[in-house]
Design a protein around this ligand. Structure first.
Ligand code: SAH
Length: 400
């Protein structure tokens, strides 16, 4: 039996049901644990704590499968966890056929991300896209794929295990078909009445930012008659929602020409008037300053940048970048105008993000009030014991 014994005192976080075991807390590992193998985690006094997936190359040396000594880590566990995850989404997500079916630790499948793209069609034509971001779920890949197919009825499974975190787990970057057909290059999803193309093979992450669903809806609901600026637009998620909501005009900026091509295609896919939409292939930092110099003003601005802080050591630099775009963003708002501002950096919590944005308002010399705190949708739940899972946070501000 593989056993991992912690240093004295290092059992505390596990007793609080936090699912990660850091290398620094380990006293010794006994047995011949291969990457992804199940290992029993014990306190220094030998007490059972958890069964976990061992990841010898990662600083997160093991991720908990179960805190129950009597629960075997086997095919049945994988099936149960997938079935529970799928049932949760059936209950909680409606009005979209782009759904995060599995969200890692929150579904007790650490390191696994699965998105379902249905395109309103039968499950036969739908597409599942997976990221296996840890050694444990990598080891159980076949069982996971079979369980997903069984629970969803969707036979098409594509792998996008090309996120940089794989390298920290000692895993190679891989993409390709795991089951069924090659992804349809014309695949699209419908979210709150808006259709979006999803590029499963070459898009970012799994192809679509499912996590912003509720926030795109809110932007759509508030867009009527407004002049909108969408920064870091990717394939036009917020832009299309605003067009559907009756925005007078939408200017969208992204530095990815590929993403912008898809975004423009989305305008046609929905039959919207292309005149209302302007797409700029540019750097947001430069464009915002240029707009300010030109005296441009907007009624609704979205700032949804990439992760500026990939880890805790990047917090200071990230904070400066968040502050800069928010500062200029607020200056570009007309009085009464709305700012939707986000951070998807797990290392920056809501309190810090709030502080950064408040500091930006002070330096911009504008009065701003917070109307709402924003987050990812209910298909991205968080384990109460695992605050790291709350990566996406946002604020809806109004310039007074
Ligand atoms: N809001 C989008 C997701 C944004 S992802 C949605 O709802 O779908 C972040 C985007 O920022 C990516 O498309 C990336 O190409 C773009 N990006 C990153 N750095 C940039 C920069 N400096 N200027 C412009 N775009 C940038």
């Amino acid at each position: 039996m593989n056993t991992l014994t912690l240093k004295p005192g290092k059992e505390k976080s596990l007793l609080r049901r936090h699912p990660w075991i850091y290398a620094t807390g380990i006293d010794r590992v006994e047995g011949r644990a291969e990457p992804g193998a199940t290992i029993t985690v014990r306190a220094a006094d030998g007490r059972f704590l958890a069964k976990a997936a061992y990841s010898p190359h990662s600083q997160i040396r093991a991720r908990v499968w179960t805190f129950d000594e009597n629960e075997p880590v086997d095919h049945a566990l994988i099936k149960r966890r997938i079935a529970t995850a799928v049932a949760h989404r059936r209950q909680w997500v409606s009005d979209s056929d782009a759904v995060r079916l599995v969200f890692g630790e929150a579904d007790r499948l650490p390191g696994l991300v699965v998105d379902y793209y249905g395109a309103g069609r039968g499950a036969e034509q739908a597409q599942l896209v997976c990221q296996f971001n840890a050694a444990g779920v990598e080891q159980w890949k076949d069982a996971i794929v079979q369980a997903l197919i069984k629970e969803t009825g969707c036979p098409n499974v594509y792998e996008r295990s090309d996120a940089a975190v794989r390298e920290r787990e000692g895993l190679a970057l891989v993409t390709g078909v795991l089951a069924g057909a090659e992804p349809d290059p014309e695949l699209s999803v419908t979210e709150h009445g808006v259709r979006y193309y999803v590029d499963v093979r070459n898009g970012h992450k799994t192809g679509f930012y499912v996590d912003q669903r509720d926030n795109r809806k809110l932007v759509g609901d508030l867009a009527e008659g407004r002049e909108v600026l969408n920064c870091f637009c990717y394939t036009g998620g917020f832009s299309l929602a605003a067009l559907r909501g009756g925005a007078a005009s939408v200017v969208s900026i992204d530095s990815s020409g590929e993403a912008l091509k898809i975004a423009e295609g989305n305008v046609g896919l929905n039959g919207f008037d292309a005149q209302r939409a302007t797409w700029l292939d540019a750097d947001v930092f430069k464009s915002l300053r240029q707009f300010r110099a030109e005296g441009r003003q907007f009624d609704l601005i979205v700032l949804d940048p990439p992760k500026f802080a990939p880890s805790a050591q990047h917090i200071d630099r990230a904070a400066r970048a968040y502050k800069e775009i928010n500062l200029v963003g607020m200056q570009l708002l007309r009085p009464g105008g709305l700012l939707f501002t986000y951070s998807c950096s797990g290392a920056i919590g809501m309190e810090l993000f709030h502080k950064i944005v408040a500091g930006a308002a002070t330096d911009a010399r504008v009065d701003a009030r917070i109307l709402r705190r924003l987050s990812a949708g209910t298909d991205h739940p968080m384990l109460a014991a695992f605050p790291e899972g709350e990566y996406l946070k946002g604020l809806l501000l109004q310039r007074v």
